[in-house]
Write a protein that binds this ligand. Structure first.
Ligand SMILES: Nc1nc2c(ncn2[C@@H]2O[C@H](COP(=O)(O)OP(=O)(O)OP(=O)(O)O)[C@@H](O)[C@H]2O)c(=O)[nH]1
Ligand SMILES: [Mg+2]
Ligand SMILES: [Zn+2]
Length: 336
């Protein structure tokens, strides 16, 4: 039986076969880890399955992919497939504090690299009086890419979706947390399936409400993938923009910590804890940074075999440099 992966979790999947949902695991051969080992299935993949109970299947193999969206992991040039078989990317941007030209361009670059058509959706147009000027600004920067003003609040411009989504379409919503991706999903499903949460009032940042990619079948037979916010593109890419400069600051400071494997929690000589003491950064900002870092490393280590290897190698090299420093200290002490 051929089905389509709609959700990917730590060890299992949800696969849709003939409009029914099945829990799924992969055959053991996916876990071997040699060169011949097939890549794990991703949301959007078509997979060949065998039934093992009324509501459970085993994924035997992944059908060849028409397209993939990949992100760089935070370790060098490793690539991780985010979603497969996507034919259209909606780049969702909120016309509140979320608006950022550089970010739009980064997403467009991703679309270009993936060879997938992109459309820019300027959401929350109900919040601004000069929405046309936003649209013009974006249009002047993005060339042929279509740009639309929409609002899930008052429905303005929402008919654009019927123009772009038919039964052969698999569209993915990309954009930072709080931009309104899940609100759009609910609007298109005409159901409140996805949770939605308000953004922070002071800076319009979202609360990372959606935590995993999920594929939905729309009433017209097309497919839509809702995704979590920015961190999906990789923390490394996300920190070098002005809005997120606090992350860059913390990242830079961490190079000045005494120990290369500093946990920035209670280590002696931690430059970041020092910065908090000095009032340069807030402890809540550090917490947020650590949380994102952990989530990403976990994500990378879990879903990408090469990353797992690199992750372990990195841990090992961190331990080794720590040992070297410690041994050096002992020696210094001993020689006194
Ligand atoms: N004013 C206004 N608010 C909107 C609009 N669309 C979404 N919102 C609000 O923006 C907030 C964030 O919306 P979500 O749909 O949760 O955003 P998201 O992109 O899914 O965020 P993550 O799941 O965290 O990535 C919610 O409070 C929504 O009600 C809109 O068109 N206008
Ligand atoms: Mg969401
Ligand atoms: Zn530190």
């Amino acid at each position: 039986m051929i089905g389509r992966v709609t959700e990917e979790h730590k060890t299992n999947y949800i696969v849709n076969i003939d409009d029914s949902e099945y829990r799924a695991v992969v055959r053991g051969k996916f876990h071997i880890g040699d060169e011949a080992t097939p890549e794990f299935p991703k949301v959007g993949d078509y997979v060949s399955c065998s039934l093992i109970s009324d509501n459970e299947v085993v994924i035997e193999s992944v059908e060849p992919r028409q397209s993939v969206i990949v992100r760089k992991t935070n370790e060098g040039n490793d690539k991780q497939v985010l979603v497969a078989n996507v034919s259209l990317i909606f780049i969702v941007v909120g016309l509140d504090g979320d608006f950022n030209m550089n970010r739009i361009e980064r997403y467009l670059l991703l679309a270009e690299q993936s060879n997938i058509k992109a459309v820019v959706l300027l959401n929350k147009s109900d919040l601004v009086t000069d929405k046309e000027s936003f649209k013009e600004r974006v249009e002047s920067r993005v060339g042929q890419v279509p740009v639309y003003l929409i609002s899930t609040k008052d429905g303005q411009g929402m008919n654009v979706f019927s123009e772009y989504i038919n039964q052969d379409t698999t569209a993915v919503l990309l954009g930072s947390s709080g931009a309104g991706k899940s609100s759009i999903t609910n609007w298109l499903l005409d159901q409140n399936k996805q949770s939605v949460q308000s953004v922070r009032e002071d800076d319009s940042r979202g609360r990372h409400t959606t935590t995993s990619r999920q594929l939905f079948t729309l009433p017209n037979g097309g497919f839509l993938i809702d995704t979590p916010g920015m961190r999906e593109l990789g923390l490394v890419g996300d920190i070098d923009e002005t809005n997120d400069s606090i992350f860059l600051t913390i990242e830079k400071l961490s190079h000045q910590c005494k120990f290369p494997n500093c946990d920035h929690m209670k280590s002696a000589g931690c430059r970041i804890l020092e910065a908090i003491k000095q009032g340069e950064i807030e402890s809540a900002q550090l917490d947020n940074y650590l949380k994102l870092k952990r989530e990403q490393e976990f994500d990378d280590s879990k879903t990408d075999k090469l990353s797992t290897y690199k992750y372990k190698k990195k841990q090992k090299s961190l331990q080794q440099s720590y040992k070297t420093i410690r041994n050096k200290k002992y020696k210094e002490r001993g020689s006194k």
